[in-house]
Ligand binder design. Structure first.
Ligand code: GDP
Ligand code: MN
Length: 389
């Protein structure tokens, strides 16, 4: 789960991580009041969306006058911001963060992630922070330091110093960075975060360190244990189809292809998508209906897949291990009738009672194809999607 920058900065403050003074605003009037309240000679107006890349997309505006605070706010609010992380539709801008501006000496990068390779929480630090960290990682990886934390020993002072040296910090700044890293480490563990990113962490002209940006991701599997974090959820920033899927216990991820996929089991779903790709098609989604699926879930899964206008054909790939194929087949038929599926559906059933299942599907007269093996099913669905396009 993702939260907004202004929420992340509030959490930062409660963990002793310094962030610029700022206030959220949902209208131009509120933005004006926020800027007046903050005082100072300049402000930054920041679109609050669950995505990075706002700076390059015009979602971060530096302004010098109250008139410009209001103008920038009107410009951003109510629109959608498209960044390189949002996809073409962008994300709605309902909130802004108004902050005082600070004279920036240097922009640094600091994040805390779980490194799956070393199976450890790992700090990533670079003196080349700012908007192009992806390019730095790609072109000059030697400018990026990673420091893995031993789970029993915890974060060590010498690890903080190593990061501080890599960031070119001196004297009091080393202590300040240690405080920031300790705060990030505690926040990560106590709130079950999966990623905390500060880009940029700035060094001001006065030598102070401040988190100018704040991104926190939380582990979806743990967030139920943190009502305070759950309360920060903003459904509008999330994919509506993915939220709906969650309600029905379906694992659904929107993609941009034309072939809807309904599969039981995450591994089988990925193998199915690979095969569709191999046969020249492109999946419209990832969907795992789970092991013990039933008619209701299959119906909801069809509704989700068909609510995507790009879908030209559907591939159902079910392995009847826990569930029986004939029960799945009746579920599919019930769903197709209930949901009025207008696109062709290719079904591959294998496992317990597969014969009975296929017999049921073959005797309907619907736009339905029961395939006897997965390779044929993939070829068939790709051909049908191409014919429809
Ligand atoms: P992102 O593009 O979504 O990661 O948004 P950021 O919050 O990182 O802002 C993008 C860039 O805007 C930063 O790298 C800074 O260069 C600039 N910026 C943001 N806030 C301020 C500020 O208070 N003062 C100045 N001078 N620049 C800022
Ligand atoms: Mn940033």
């Amino acid at each position: 789960m993702n939260i907004h920058e202004y929420q992340a900065k509030q959490l930062f403050r409660s963990y002793g991580i310094p962030a610029p003074e700022g206030r959220p605003a949902a209208s131009a009037q509120e933005a004006d009041r926020a800027a007046r309240g903050l005082g100072g000679a300049g402000w930054v107006v920041k679109a609050q969306v669950h995505a990075g890349g706002r700076g390059k997309a015009g979602g971060v505006k530096l302004v010098k006058t109250l008139e410009d605070v209001a103008a920038a706010s009107r410009d951003l609010l109510g629109g959608r911001l498209v960044t390189h992380q949002t996809g073409n539709a962008g994300l709605p801008v309902r909130n802004l963060l108004i902050e005082r501006t600070y004279p920036i000496k240097r922009e640094l990068y600091l994040s805390l992630i779980v490194d799956r390779g070393s199976e450890r929480m790992t700090f990533i630090a670079s003196a080349a922070g700012g908007m192009d960290i992806e390019a730095v990682a790609h072109e000059s990886p030697e400018q990026i330091l990673s420091v893995a934390i031993h789970p029993a020993a915890g974060l060590q002072a010498n690890q903080c110093r190593r990061c501080a040296y890599a960031l070119g910090l001196k004297g009091e700044q080393i202590k300040a960075l240690t405080g920031i890293m300790q705060g990030m480490y505690r926040l990560f563990l106590e709130k079950d975060a999966s990623q905390i990113e500060i880009n940029p962490l700035i060094e001001t002209e006065a030598g102070e360190l401040l988190a100018l940006d704040a991104k926190i991701n939380f582990d979806d599997n743990a967030v139920a244990a943190h009502p305070d974090i759950l309360a920060l959820r903003d459904h509008e920033q999330e994919d509506a189809k993915e939220n709906k899927a969650q309600q029905y216990g379906l694992n659904y991820i929107t993609l941009d292809g034309t072939i809807g996929c309904m599969v039981n089991g995450a591994g089988l779903a990925m193998a199915t998508m690979d095969l569709v790709k191999l046969k020249g098609g492109s999946p419209a989604n990832f969907l795992d209906v789970g092991g013990g699926t039933n008619v209701e879930k299959v119906c909801e899964a069809f509704k989700l897949i068909l609510s995507d206008g790009n879908v030209k054909a559907v591939l159902v790939n079910i392995f009847g291990g826990i569930v029986q194929c004939d029960i799945i087949a009746s579920g599919i038929l019930a769903a197709i009738k209930q949901v009025h599926v207008a696109v062709p559906v290719v079904v591959r059933l294998e496992g317990t009672n597969a014969e009975q299942g296929r017999a049921l599907l073959n005797s309907t007269g619907l736009n339905l194809y029961a395939a006897d093996d997965l390779t044929h099913a993939a070829e068939q669905v790709v051909a049908l999607a191409e014919a429809a396009a």
